[in-house]
Design a protein around this ligand. Structure first.
Ligand code: GAR
Length: 228
């Protein structure tokens, strides 16, 4: 039986790390935490590019302060008019192509990627979402969790497909919902887990431990469907 190929088609090493582009729209705390982790210890992945669709995102300043190659690819014209999705995505693809990127890492990127983008890109895209998917997808996960009365939430890292916060789950982490939580307090505690989990999952991917098999996605050394 042939060995299963990892998602990037090679086994990355600390000497030849997996080249990540991190896409952001907002504060960029996840991107920053990832880069700190990559700089604190030798890992088999490295952030070599940050792309923001928001010109004034705080994350752009964070990326520049970290000395990262940083590109703003706005989805709006200066007049405020929307740029057609395919034109915007073509511009993103062009920047990715210029930097020899192996994986797109979404970290608070608040735009859906079209099927055309995903097929033209043809390489993995991963996303982090602040809930235990498939529960509470969308842009208001913490609000929806609090409204539902759930007592446990968390974060999920998954492969991106054409749906919103769908795609094969790679890993999740749980966070209790406390009686006096609001969106801010809950979001802050979930981010602690997000910032721990993303570097770990990227190491699994870089090392070839995340594999797509005929039975779906599996992570070597992890029980399937393990939640938290
Ligand atoms: C993170 O909590 C991330 O999980 C969430 O946006 C936040 C970005 O924070 N992503 C989504 O909701 C995607 N559906 P950051 O900009 O400080 O990293």
């Amino acid at each position: 039986m042939p060995p299963h190929l990892g998602l990037i088609g090679r086994t990355a090493t600390t000497d030849e790390p997996m080249r990540c582009a991190v896409l952001i729209s907002g504060s960029g705390s996840g991107m920053e935490a990832l880069v700190h982790a990559q700089r604190a210890a030798p890992l088999a992945h490295q952030t070599v590019l940050v792309i923001s669709n928001q010109t004034d995102a705080e994350g752009v300043q964070r990326a520049l302060a970290l000395g990262l190659a940083t590109e703003v690819v706005p989805h709006l014209k200066p007049s405020g008019e929307r740029i057609p999705r395919h034109d915007h995505e073509a511009a993103v693809l062009e920047v990715l192509g210029q930097h020899n990127i192996e994986i797109v890492v979404l970290a608070g990127y608040m735009r859906l990627l079209s099927p055309r983008f995903l097929s033209r890109w043809g390489r993995p895209v991963v996303n982090i979402h602040p809930s235990l998917l498939p529960n509470f997808p969308g842009a208001h996960a913490h609000r929806d969790v609090l409204t539902s009365g759930a007592t446990v939430t968390g974060c999920s890292i998954h492969l991106v497909d054409e749906g919103m916060d769908t795609g094969d789950l790679i890993a999740q982490a749980c966070v209790p919902v406390l009686p006096h939580d609001d969106e801010v307090s809950l979001g802050r505690r979930v981010k602690v887990e997000e910032h721990r989990l993303y570097p770990q999952v990227l190491s699994w991917i870089a090392e070839g431990r995340v594999q797509l098999t005929t039975d779906g996605l599996r992570v070597e050394g992890q029980a399937p469907n393990r939640v938290c």
